[in-house]
Unconditional design. Structure first.
Ligand code: HEC
Length: 493
């Protein structure tokens, strides 16, 4: 039984219990009232599911702007996606690019990176994924509705959160980057905002859970199929003067948080106008279980790119260099082992990206703060106290908003290493009936947002961190507080 059903059951028991103690017939009226209310909640949930942006009064279109971000959420349901066969040989031929039509094949046929060994040729692996993600997107400012080559989708319910989607391009608040972190010339805290996209195979998982958008069902561990590719563009408020490698960076417009709000690590107060943000980082994750899940890998390959304005590619979106790849969390690499000089074996870091950070001369030039924990992969705007695969390993059906992305500050080594396990599909971070989200933090975040929304619509008490009182104003205030933490990291020094 999912936790979510648990809440509904508590609700109906309470109403029925009151009726049983009272008058004959009142039970039917109460039941009727309760089912009318549930029907209304489902209708509202359906409307929220289709919203591109909008969180109370926090997020709205700036004056004079008539059209905002639209979500693409007509997810395929699993049996509409051709079954992928792991042993299938990929066909020879050119990659689909801006001038080539995409053949309508089994989507796995396009996953050309699965032909490449990411340990021996990581740059080629990154290149094939970048071309796949860029085709029809980079020339349309990542408005996936305009992509004529391939279907991409947005994750649902990423809007309903103080840090949720802004109204122009649907970006979410990622992380405040403290002064001097990116470069020696970055003198103030700057905001990073991002948007992610799932290919059709990956989006079929959303199609399954949200088959009935007003009444989602998540009652088992999920597994993203082979061929899944998801990527994310991360845009920064920092300028070229502050971070010289941003020279000539492509931009996306966004209505971001006020500086005061961002300094409090929340985007619950937004500016009243849009401004350009610059491309700094591109993340991706692809299902690739050629290394079986276990001590040597987690069934995914995470990767990241960084913008480098010294590159001369004509299209500025192409001026990105791979930072690295990560296919597991190195579960043996304890802080003690790392301090003794042991290096990760499940991350590859590009020496050119190291050189770029050294040149920028920010706090990231320091080897201990450069990428992720113990030398594992992380991106330039990420918290160096974490790493891609470990932060993502916590992804599960987090209906009580109780999951922590990072270990507690005072964690002993064995507690700390819980965040560095290679968990496969079917193994959730917390165990029990906390269903695994198979490393998808957007699936987790969106579902948590939905659960908080639904509990607040029901006027129920949220057991974990949120006590939602019964007055509307108080309720909204508490929800604001409950969600007020940056999506990517809550721990900024
Ligand atoms: C401290 C935690 C944290 C770290 C470290 C982190 N991420 Fe994420 N990532 C998130 C959260 C939270 C989301 C969902 C919300 C969002 O999209 O902003 C996310 C979303 C994503 C997505 C969209 C798909 C999904 O899982 O929801 C991709 C792809 C991704 N991250 C890749 C990476 C890569 C690659 C790295 C390392 C370079 C990385 N992440 C490091 C927290 C983290």
């Amino acid at each position: 039984m999912s936790k979510f059903n648990f809440f509904s059951r508590v609700a109906s028991k309470r109403v029925l219990g009151g009726a049983a103690a009272g008058f004959v017939g009142a039970g039917t009226a109460a039941q009727q009232f309760s089912s009318q209310k549930q029907a209304r909640i489902q209708e509202d949930a359906n409307a929220e599911f289709n919203k591109g942006y909008g969180y109370y009064d926090v997020v709205k279109l700036p004056a004079g702007c008539t059209e905002g971000f639209q979500i693409k959420n007509n997810y395929p349901i699993p049996n509409q996606v051709p079954a992928a066969s792991a042993s299938r040989k990929l066909p020879p031929g050119p990659l689909p690019g801006p001038d080539l039509p995409v053949p309508s094949l089994d989507p796995l046929d396009e996953a050309r990176w699965l032909e490449v060994d990411f340990r021996t040729d990581p740059e080629q692996y990154c290149k094939l994924i970048k071309e796949y993600c860029w085709a029809g997107n980079s020339n349309n400012d990542f408005n996936i509705h305009k992509n004529k080559f391939r279907d991409w989708y947005h994750a649902p319910w990423m809007h309903w959160n103080p840090n949720g989607r802004e109204p122009i391009n649907g970006l979410t608040f990622e992380r405040p980057t403290p002064a001097l972190e990116l470069s020696k010339d970055q003198h103030v805290l700057r905001q990073a905002w991002a948007i992610g996209f799932y290919n059709a195979i990956g989006a079929s998982v959303f199609g399954q859970i949200w088959k009935d958008p007003g009444n989602p069902k998540w009652d088992s561990h999920v597994k993203f199929p082979l061929g899944t590719c998801v990527f994310k563009v991360l845009m920064t408020e920092a300028t070229e003067q502050e971070v010289p490698c941003l020279k000539g960076a492509p931009t996306l417009q966004a209505v971001i948080a006020t500086p005061e709000s961002a300094a409090m690590k929340t985007a619950s107060k937004r500016k009243d106008h849009a401004e350009p943000l610059r491309l700094l980082q591109v993340d991706f994750a692809v299902r690739d279980d050629r290394i079986p899940v276990g001590p040597d890998g987690n069934g995914w390959v995470f990767g990241t790119f960084m913008y480098n304005g010294d590159l001369t590619d004509q299209d500025p979106w192409d001026r990105i260099i791979p930072v690295g790849l990560q296919w597991g969390s190195d579960p043996q690499l304890t802080p003690t082992a790392a301090a003794a000089g042991e290096k990760p074996k499940q991350s590859w870091i590009n020496p050119d990206a190291d050189a770029l950070l050294t040149k920028l001369g920010g706090q990231r030039a320091d080897l201990t703060k450069r990428w992720g924990v113990g030398g594992r992969l992380n991106g330039p705007v990420d918290n160096f106290k974490s790493a891609c695969a470990s932060c993502h390993s916590v992804a599960e059906n987090n209906s009580k908003n109780a999951v922590e992305l990072l270990p507690p500050k005072d964690a002993d080594e064995s507690t700390f290493m819980r965040w560095y396990r290679n968990l496969g599909p079917g193994q959730s971070f917390s165990g029990g009936d906390n269903w695994s989200a198979d490393h998808s933090l957007q699936l987790m975040t969106g579902y948590t947002n939905y659960c908080l929304w639904k509990n607040s619509a029901n006027g129920l008490i949220h057991k974990a961190k949120v006590i939602i009182p019964f007055s509307t104003a108080g309720r909204e205030q508490k929800v604001l507080e409950a969600n007020s933490r940056p999506l990517r990291s809550e721990d900024v020094d």
